[in-house]
Write a new protein. Sequence first.
Length: 493
Amino acid sequence: MTDPREHAEAMPHNLESEQALLGALLVDSNAFERVPDHLRGEHFYEPLHGLIYDEIAKAVMSGGRAEPALLTDALAHVPAFKEAGGIAYLLDLFEKAPPTFSAGDYARSVHDHAIRRDLIRIGGEMAATAADPSASAKEHLERAEGALFSLAETGEQAKGVCTFAEALEGALAQAQAAFSRDGKLTGLATELVDLGQKVGGLHPSDLLILAGRPSMGKTALATNIAFNAARHYRGEVQPDGTVKTLAGGRVFFGSLEMSAEQLALRIIADRTGISSDRIRKGHVSREEMQRMLDVRAELGAIPLHIDPTGGINIAKLCARARRHHRKHGIDLIVIDYLQLITTDHQKGGNRVQEVSQITGALKALAKELNVPVIALSQLSRQVETRDDKRPQLSDLRESGSIEQDADVVMFVYREAYYLGRAEPTEGTEKHLKWQEDMERAHGQAEVIIGKQRHGPIGTVKLSFDEDTTRFGNLAREQDYQAAGPRYSFGGEG
């Protein structure tokens, strides 16, 4: 009988751990429950061990038992299995098996050594390709970073199966939090009261799509929500060293279209009441400049982190969010916007499939990190061809997968925007009617909820100030004015 250990090389490995794990599983298939879900045959150093493990996993997952005789039939065609001694090798593993309760420890050892080998492989590839002049240093760095990010995510533990009693505890905890919280919301508050009441706040694990035509204010509204969450963040360190969010939230804002400075400028403009256009052109007074400096001191420490990487791949975007979550914690993710995310598909491929991959990955990310994800989306031009330009679900670009994966789909619509570009000839009856419509629509915006998996659909009206490009609570605007300046946000987006 040939022992695979004779072929061991210098790469990190522990063949004894591999054999001990396989032996434990051969003795008791129930020990498979102690093995982490992420362990695969490819993680074994000895290829034969990987094949044996995969056959054991296949047998257990199908409800059978991993017995040496059955495995021998499955591996009979493998030359390496014959060379190792066939069933005699399996029986040897069986006889030398450690106590089955230690299966989890041996499995973690196998995986740990696999990660170490991958690190050496990635390091070697980085060294070998770094001198290639056909790619820039930045491209080499991005490839290396992507490979390391992917490796860092290997073995992330998924949540185990929970009992219904545990699920009840979680649901009642949310209900208790809603009961004790002002506004009775179970999710993260938006400060847009009517919108918050309609959707119940932003719920963990939900994917929310915020869509609209250009200049409707998608980015502005998303920035408003993100900023308000970060501004009101309050956390408490737990005994285990983790931080529990008590109010507001820590925000990861993936801005694929605008720079971090542009987003910050919008927040400064709205917070100070100074037009962003005047700020950009330098048409501000000394007193206004001081107000901006005061705002910087006030808002500099809020947990709003902006990733302005444009044209990023969906896998890398998710990896960056996971890494940020590990380092800083995340309570809300905002992506602006969906159509600017790329995939591994070649150019000219099926964009519907690409968007399906993107929305599926974002929904999976929301569930994995247990945070709401707001993804902005463009609408197709067919909106402009209708008399009533209020968006609907079919207007979403590549709408099938977006509509399917999203828990909530919201559309931003401003009637005054379209009316202002369709002024009839002055002095006519149409012009009088147009003036009436403009007066009715002036200062208003709508958020149309076209889909909500766990609640009603409908329309929420917000205030909109064209001079300051500001969204707010329409019916409660006087309350905000009486209380002093409040943060809301609007603008083209």
